[in-house]
Design a protein around this ligand. Structure first.
Ligand code: ZN
Length: 65
């Protein structure tokens, strides 16, 4: 089952990375990379109101305030 879990996590990570520049930045930081994208204001709003931190938590990525 852990293989499936890993695959789902990889897909979720990619989706959040593409969808939201704040998530992308947090993912980059969590993986020790320099953030590739500037965080856009619209994404900051979506990130907060769509509760992206719940998804990031599933990926073991801390959501900085
Ligand atoms: Zn986000």
């Amino acid at each position: 089952m852990s293989g499936v879990d890993t695959q789902l996590k990889a897909e979720l990570r990619l989706r959040m990375y593409v969808r939201c520049s704040e998530c992308a930045s947090l993912i980059d930081l969590a993986e020790g990379n320099r953030p590739q994208r500037d965080i856009e204001a619209a994404d900051m709003m979506a990130h907060k109101f769509e509760g992206h931190s719940i998804w990031l938590e599933l990926l073991d990525i801390p959501d900085a305030v």
